[in-house]
Design a protein around this ligand. Structure first.
Ligand code: ZN
Length: 150
């Protein structure tokens, strides 16, 4: 178990050092800001949708390793998904991170998300791990704006 945990941490550190899809997206169709005051995480999620499919997704901001890695992994997963699929990923990840029963994965490859499931043992870090996802949800369904964990 400790070996597995070390591996997960290495993946998280790698995403934190080299976040994927980092930077402002030109001409986003959707965007939102997420703020986690407890940790000081702040990030902005940008999306470009075409015909209900996420064509591009990027993020920028500053945060701890968990929030940055989670946002980075999220952007890798979302590209090419429909909004419905993205919503499903959010539900699965939220359940995974909070220790709730995980809904079925519905043919989506969510193995990457499991890297972050260890946060459920650290309640304060759950907000870090889910911040980018809450911003995503706001961007897609609540006309963007700012979401805060508090
Ligand atoms: Zn954090």
């Amino acid at each position: 178990m400790s070996d597995l945990r070390d591996l997960y941490q290495e993946v998280i550190l790698d995403h934190n050092r080299n976040p994927r899809n980092f930077g402002v997206l030109d001409h986003p169709t959707h965007q939102a800001q997420g703020v986690n005051p407890l940790c000081g995480d702040q990030l902005q999620v940008f999306l470009r949708l075409n015909d209900g499919v996420i064509e591009e997704v990027r993020f920028e901001g500053r945060g701890c390793a968990i929030s940055t890695a989670s946002a980075s992994i999220m952007t890798e997963i979302l590209k090419g998904l429909s909004v419905d699929q993205a919503d499903h990923c959010f539900a699965v990840f939220h359940a995974m991170a909070t220790g709730a029963a995980t809904p079925g994965a519905a043919d989506l490859d969510l193995a990457k998300l499991e890297v972050l499931s260890g946060v459920r043992e650290f309640p304060a870090r759950v907000k870090c791990a889910t911040l980018a996802w809450h911003a995503l949800n706001s961007a897609l369904h609540h006309a963007g704006g700012k979401v805060t964990t508090e």
